[in-house]
Design a protein around this ligand. Structure first.
Ligand code: SME
Length: 137
C-alpha cells in the first residue's frame, strides 16, 4: 500500500542517516519477524547487500535476539560461535529488539568494522530509535 511504501522509504532513509552519521556504524538494517514463520526477514538497510535475507530464530546474533528479547552487544564477532558472517570486514555487532505494544516484532542490526566500538550509549540511543520506529509501523 501507499503507507507501507512510505514506511519502507523512511526506514531506508533512517538506515542511511545512521550509517553516514555515526563513524562506527558500517552496516545498518532492520530484520522483521516473517509472518508466523520462525524466522527473520531482512527489511530496509544501508550498506553492502547481504546474502542473509532470511535468518531462522536462534541462528546468529539476530536469531538469538528474536528469542531472547534482549539487546546483544558483540565486541568481537570472532569470539562468537553462533554468528553469521555477512562480510569479512566486520569486527563487532549490536542488535537491539524492536517492540510494538510490548511484542518483539524485529530488530535493528548494526555491524562495525571497528573492534569493540559499542557502548551503553549506543544501546540507549538505538532503543530510542526503535521506540520512534515502532510509532510509525
Ligand atoms: N551477523 C548477523 C547476520 C546479519 S548480518 O550482520 C547483516 C548474525 O550473526 O545474526
Amino acid at each position: 500500500s501507499q503507507n507501507e511504501k512510505s514506511v519502507e522509504n523512511r526506514l531506508i532513509e533512517l538506515c542511511g542517516l545512521l550509517k553516514n552519521t555515526v563513524d562506527h556504524y558500517d552496516w545498518v538494517g532492520f530484520y522483521f519477524k516473517n509472518g508466523n514463520k520462525n524466522e527473520l526477514k531482512l527489511g530496509p538497510y544501508a550498506g553492502e547487500p547481504t546474502d542473509h535475507t532470511i535468518i531462522p530464530f536462534g541462528k546468529g546474533i539476530c536469531g538469538q535476539v528474536a528469542v531472547s528479547n534482549e539487546n546483544f552487544v558483540v565486541p568481537d564477532v570472532a569470539a562468537q560461535d553462533n554468528y553469521i558472517a555477512c562480510s569479512i570486514t566486520v569486527k563487532a555487532e549490536i542488535v537491539v529488539p524492536l517492540f510494538v505494544n510490548g511484542k518483539n516484532i524485529g530488530q535493528i542490526d548494526i555491524d562495525s568494522n571497528t573492534p569493540d566500538p559499542f557502548t551503553e550509549e549506543d544501546e540507549r540511543f538505538l532503543e530510542f530509535v526503535n521506540e520512534k520506529v515502532a510509532q510509525i509501523l
